[in-house]
Each structure stands twice: as C-alpha cells, then as structure tokens.
Ligand binder design. Structure first.
Ligand code: SF4
Ligand code: SF4
Length: 290
C-alpha cells in the first residue's frame, strides 16, 4: 500500500484542487484523507456522505462547580492566563483563554474545580460520489492540537485501507509548515509539493522544501498557475532542480479554473483536457512510488 501526501507551503496554492483531481483515478477500495482539519474543503467537490462519525478529545477542560465554590477568588487572582471571569457573582472559566495548567484546581480550598477530557472536534468516514471512502475531520474553532487530529485520522485511514485491501491512500495535507503538516507527511511514501507561480508561492516552497528534507520520503514537484509569472516559473523550476526534485506536472494559469471550482466541478470529471493532465500526473506519481 502506498501513501501519497499532497502539500503546499501556503493556503490557496491549489493543493486541494490537485488532490481532488488525483482522487478521480482512485479505485473504489482506495482511501482519501482530508487532513486540512481546520478548513477541510475536499467535501465541496466530492460530496461525501458520512457513514461513521466519532468525537475527538484533546486536552483537558476545567470547570468550576458552583455548588462547591465559596467565592474566595483565589483561582481568579492566581490564574496567569486571566482565564477566570466573574459572571453575576460566579467565578467561571473561559475555555478559550484557559491553557489547562491545572493551577486553579491545585489551589482551590474546596476542590470545587473539576476536570474532564475536552471535546475538540469530530472525525468522519464518508462515502464519496466516486465510491471510495474519505476520512476527514473538523477541529472546533480556536482549538489546538490539529497535529494530533491529523495523526489520528491518518491512523483511521490506514486501518480502513488495510480492511479494504486498498493499494493507495491519498492525503490532502494542511497548508503551511506547522505541526499538522509535519504530522501529515510523517510515514508517507511520496510527498507531492504543490507550488504556486507567485512570489509568496516561491518563498513558501523554499521553506517547505527545507522542512521536507528532514523526512526520508520521496519528493515530487508540481507547479500550479504556471505562466502567471514567467520569472517565478523559472525560479521554481530551478529550485526543484537544484534540490533534485523531479517536476511531475504543471497546471497552466487559466481564469476558467476558479469558475469551474465555483460551480463545484472537479476538473478531470467534466473537462477532457484536464482529465489527460491529471491522468498523466497520477501515472507519474504511481511510477515514482514503485
Ligand atoms: S478557588 Fe475554588 S472556591 Fe475559590 S473562587 Fe476559585 S473555585 Fe471558588
Ligand atoms: S487551568 Fe490554568 S489556565 Fe485554566 S483556568 Fe485554571 S489556572 Fe487558569
């Protein structure tokens, strides 16, 4: 079984468009993962129907039990994160400001502060319109630990792929170079580095290449919006070549692409020219795995 992770150094580089295009060629028993848990958007093009849903817990949630609180104010004054507020004479913990250090619980004279695992998101296994299953998740707003959630759904995807005797897992990685991107790349066979032909696209790709060289994983390059800026195109080609990264595909800049995406069109599904581009890209990536 091979695992291919699609990443870009920034949001908006076209990573999810490329992943959705590649997924068109997956077999029904293969598995797709949307690892952009802060803003998953593959669902727009693939119309997944959830078949399994699970809660994701991460970190701790502290709560003041009002029946036991004698309103001494110790927790309020000692919390270094100003996470305790007074609402109508009651001391209450603000979940977003709370860093979970546990000091308030430790110093409370009446043991009025309880702690429980914190529900921070949801994980899903869904059936897509193409028949293969997609593992995806959604982290609640302002929650942290996206790296843990990404690692979690990758584990679910691997188990599912094993059960279904899948040959391929494709992962749409999170944008950027943070811990969730590192989590997405860990343990994969191939990383497809999607660069956008823009100044920020070049800068972010330089950082992503630097990060990815720490992983023992084969890297392939892809340039999106090719032709938008000829000077940057040349610099991106030189950058990939200087790092020994083979460029396996290009998608020319076209104002039609955002129009198709606006209409929720997965490029290879309805446009013959794009079908050929993605088919050839899929083939070259698979050759890279062998
Ligand atoms: S330290 Fe305990 S008793 Fe005092 S205000 Fe805080 S929760 Fe209430
Ligand atoms: S757990 Fe720490 S950060 Fe959260 S309210 Fe208590 S003292 Fe403040």
């Amino acid at each position: 079984m091979k695992e291919i992770v699609v990443v870009s150094g920034k949001g908006g580089a076209g990573k999810s468009t490329i992943t959705a295009g590649l997924s068109y060629f997956l077999k029904k028993n293969d598995v797709l993962v949307d690892a952009d848990v802060d803003a998953p958007n593959l669902k727009i093009l693939l119309e997944p129907e959830p078949v399994e849903e699970k809660d994701f817990y991460s970190g701790k949630q502290f709560k003041i039990e009002q029946d036991f609180c004698i309103r001494c104010g110790r927790c309020y004054h000692e919390c270094s994160f100003e996470a305790i507020e007074i609402i109508k004479f009651d001391y209450v913990i603000d979940d977003i400001a709370c860093e979970g250090c546990g000091l308030c619980q430790f110093i409370c004279p009446t043991n009025a502060i309880s702690v429980a695992d914190k529900l921070t998101g949801k994980k899903y296994i869904s059936k897509t319109k193409y028949g293969f299953k997609m593992v995806h998740a959604l982290l609640n707003p302002a929650e942290e630990n996206s790296g843990k959630l990404v690692a979690d759904i990758k584990k679910v995807a691997k188990q599912l792929a094993k059960e279904q005797n899948a040959s391929t897992i494709i992962v749409d990685g999170p944008p950027g170079i943070g811990c969730s991107a590192i989590s997405a790349v860990s343990g994969s066979d191939i990383v497809l580095l999607v660069a956008e032909s823009s100044i920020s696209g070049l800068h972010d790709m330089e950082r992503l290449i630097e990060l990815s060289q720490n992983f023992k994983v084969k890297r392939l390059g892809f340039i999106n919006k090719y032709g938008l800026n000829h000077d940057i195109d040349e610099k991106l080609v030189n950058l990939f070549e200087s790092k020994g990264i083979e460029i396996v595909g290009y998608l020319n800049y076209s104002q039609d692409v955002p129009q198709y995406l606006k209409k929720k069109v997965n490029l290879p599904e309805y446009v013959e020219g794009y079908k050929k581009i993605f088919e050839s890209l899929y083939k070259r990536i698979m050759e890279g795995v062998e």
